[in-house]
Design a protein around this ligand. Structure first.
Ligand code: ZN
Ligand code: ZN
Length: 354
């Protein structure tokens, strides 16, 4: 697959990313700021929070992870733009992952801002972040891993692998639910929500048509592909949702893409085509593994695929993610009649015909 490389629209920002650092706060357009907010223990290093100047304050897209370091970086970044936390009127959250949503509650406490989230993600909040429901969610994850063929000896380690990140999220219910196509009432901005499920069920992008900008959250990133996985909180066929949303986005008239990680860039359609081709190749690779057997577990399929490093050296929480992403591809193949699931414990996958 020919590598399509996007053109960064801020050389400085891209250089900071590739150099292993954190970019500066930058003015993207008059009234629009990019504020990198560090995220802990994560190779993505920071989330790009966007601040949109309003007549009476500022709206932010995403908030960052709930740590003191993140809160201070956000406060300092708003300071560069001439604002304080108290000036934040709205927090538009692209999706519920802790690096985007985690700090929203603390920002609201300090400012009285309203928090907006898509209903499909809002509906997952309690199960994901409320102490009372955590054990039930871990149990569901464990059951899925066993169905996928994860060896019993490692299933508990994998099932609990993401539990520690919960400490970084303040459980805060949204004040407004943002649906597909909703126009956000922000003075000076022509901002419309675009529902782009897949990476999370309620993922939102925000299109600014008068400035031809698209805020893509984690849905489209310049260098890495968005993680799309089957897990207890995903939709049944998240890859189908993701690819449909991607196809719909391709037609948008956009001059600059403003993602939540890495760096902003120019070519939306080129990047969309590349990501689609990536998934087509992955689907073909998985179909080939499955069609060569009379029944193979999802976990065994995952170990046979090409990853960025040898399977044995991938840390457990990333192996779990790899398994869940493989399952998303298997489910997509099944939905298109290109693979078949043989129910059982574990489930086996095989070629579609007879
Ligand atoms: Zn995410
Ligand atoms: Zn993210």
């Amino acid at each position: 697959m020919a590598k399509f490389v996007v053109t960064p629209s801020s050389e400085k920002q891209r250089a900071a990313w590739t150099g292993g650092g954190i970019p500066e706060v930058e003015r993207v357009r008059p009234g629009l700021w990019s504020i990198p907010v560090p995220i802990p223990i994560n190779p993505l290093r920071y989330v790009l929070v966007y601040a949109l100047e309003l007549a009476d304050g500022v709206a932010i897209i995403d908030a960052g992870w709930d740590t003191d370091e993140a809160y201070e970086a956000l406060t300092a970044g708003l300071g560069v733009a001439g604002y304080t936390i108290a000036d934040v009127k709205a927090v538009l959250v692209t999706h519920i992952h802790p690096d985007h949503y985690g700090l929203a509650g603390r920002v609201r406490e300090a400012s009285g801002a309203w928090i907006g989230l898509h209903p499909a993600d809002a509906g997952l909040l309690r199960e994901r972040y409320d102490e009372e429901f955590i054990d039930a969610l871990v149990a569901k994850e464990r059951a899925q891993l066993l169905r996928c063929g994860v060896p019993a000896s490692t299933v508990d380690e994998l099932a609990g692998a993401s539990m520690m990140i919960r400490t970084f999220v303040t459980m805060a219910a949204p004040d407004r639910l943002i649906e597909d196509g909703d126009r956000l009432d922000l003075s000076g901005w022509d901002l419309r929500a675009v529902w782009t499920p897949g990476h999370s069920p309620g993922h939102l992008c925000f299109a600014e048509s008068s400035r031809k900008l698209l805020f893509t959250g984690d849905h489209v990133l310049p260098r890495i592909t968005s993680a799309v996985a089957v897990h207890p909180q995903s939709a049944p066929n998240p890859l189908a949702d993701y690819l449909d949303a991607l196809a719909a986005l391709r037609a948008f008239d956009v001059e600059e893409v403003l993602p939540a990680h890495e760096y902003r860039f120019l070519e939306l359609a080129g990047r969309v085509d590349y990501v689609m081709e990536h998934h087509r190749e992955r689907l073909a690779e998985i179909e080939e593994v499955v069609s060569g057997t009379d029944g193979v577990t999802c976990w065994d399929v995952a170990t046979k695929l090409t990853w960025s490093r040898p399977w044995e050296s991938i840390p457990s929480f990333m192996r779990r993610a790899a398994g869940n992403e493989t399952l998303a591809h298997l489910v997509w193949l099944e939905s298109r009649g290109r693979a078949r699931r043989l129910p059982g414990e574990p489930e086996l996958w095989t070629r579609a015909e007879g």
